[in-house]
Design a binder for this molecule. Structure first.
Ligand code: LMR
Length: 394
């Protein structure tokens, strides 16, 4: 049986995480996987999450099944958090999913049923798992221009030129905010132009919203998705609570579908539930119940928002400190874009050779495309990282 198989490629993010863990050098710097870490290098449980969890332990009376769509209160709260009031709720359906990746998988599988011959368009570059997931769902994958590593900014005119040529046979995967891996994002005005082109060409938006609250704020980060919601009749969105609630291993996400009317939304929802039942039957409840409790309880929600805001502002402070440290050592503004980027990541634009050198000589771990996780950078490491980057890029 297994003679037919050859070794599958390793996921580079998790491979790097294992390599870092095995490195015995003191003072090693982990800028790899997208996990928030405090100054001590820990990823603590948020206090609002801990309180919600304690409440569940104290009050839960059963572990019986919840249902194929999962925790309905959770999904309703996630729809509100992501879409605001941009879409009338009678056109929206949602299912809890195992993480943002699980939500993406559910939606891609659903879209394959709806439009098997569509092409999925992904930004160049994108999260390394996007293209494999779309291919695994059976789609052809193409890339649209997105990032200019020379300037650290979005190639917006090139992007527009590609978007002009889309048709209703295209599915366009958009990062809702905090672009992964580049950190370069569309401005509200740019989102408006993108949405106008999606509307004009009939291309179908699939929005991946994995970092709401990590960029410019919870509401600000939803600008693009809500612009899609106001203007476009049918679309889907995958949201994740891994980062903004810090519940990574609990696998909490939500698959959201928007139909042209309630009757269509019901049909699409029935297909989505059929996909889920045929795959993992139903999602695990614990993490979703934590998030539901927080979003529905005023005091817990306020506490969570304050913690999220502290993480967000720390990431921006890290960005400014790193850009400044590099500038003062290199006497150049080459990396100033790091301070302008938003979210966990920035793509530094270093060669694979330089990235390898930094790992071998300085125990600095970043993805091979030179993506760094700014949220993993303890204050005392910033100066050392700046030294290493400036020396290695000379
Ligand atoms: C990342 O890009 O590092 C995170 O989204 C974690 C993951 O699942 O890849």
């Amino acid at each position: 049986m297994f003679e037919t198989l050859s070794k599958a490629p390793q996921d580079k993010i998790f491979a790097l995480m294992a390599e870092y863990a095995a490195d015995k050098r003191d003072g090693k710097i982990d800028l790899g996987i997208g996990v928030y870490k405090d100054d001590a290098g820990n990823t603590p449980i948020m206090s609002a999450v801990k309180k919600a969890e304690e409440r569940i332990i104290a009050t839960a009376t059963t572990k019986t099944y919840v249902g194929v769509a999962g925790n309905k209160g959770f999904s309703a709260a996630m729809v509100k958090l992501a879409l605001g009031d941009s879409v009338p709720l009678d056109r929206v359906r949602a299912a809890q999913a195992p993480g943002g990746t699980g939500a993406l998988w559910v939606l891609l599988t659903l879209l394959k049923r709806a439009k098997p011959d569509a092409t999925v368009w992904i930004s160049d570059p994108s999260w390394p798992n996007h293209a494999p997931m779309a291919r695994q769902a059976g789609f052809a994958v193409e890339h649209y221009p997105y990032f200019d590593p020379e300037t650290g900014t979005v190639r917006f005119e090139d992007l527009l030129a590609r978007f002009e040529k889309f048709s209703k046979h295209d599915i366009v995967l958009l990062h809702g905010c905090c672009h992964n891996p580049t950190g370069a994002n569309l401005t509200p005005e740019q989102w408006d132009r993108v949405v106008a082109l999606l509307k004009k060409t009939g291309a179908f938006p699939l929005v991946d919203m994995a970092y709401q609250g990590f960029g410019d704020g919870l509401e600000e980060d939803a600008y693009g998705l809500r612009a899609v919601g106001r203007e476009i009749e049918q679309f889907v969105c995958a949201t994740s609570c891994s980062k903004n609630f810090g519940v990574y291993r609990e696998r909490v996400g939500c698959a959201i579908i928007v139909g042209k009317d309630a009757a269509q939304a019901d049909i699409v929802n029935s297909q989505m539930l059929n996909v889920i039942r045929g795959a993992y039957s139903q999602p695990p409840d614990h993490g979703a119940e934590i998030v539901r409790l927080i979003l529905e309880d005023d005091a817990l929600r306020a506490e969570w928002q304050a913690e999220l805001e502290a993480m967000r502002t720390r990431m921006i402070a890290n960005r400014k400190a790193l850009a400044e440290a590099i500038r003062s050592r290199s006497n150049s503004s080459d990396f100033d874009f790091v301070a302008e980027h938003r979210g966990m990541f920035s793509l530094l634009g270093l060669s694979a050779e330089t990235v390898n050198h930094l790992k071998a000589e300085n125990a600095v771990y970043m993805l091979d495309d030179s993506r760094i996780n700014i949220a993993g950078l303890a204050d005392d490491r910033i100066q050392r990282l700046a030294d290493a980057v400036v020396a290695a890029s000379r």
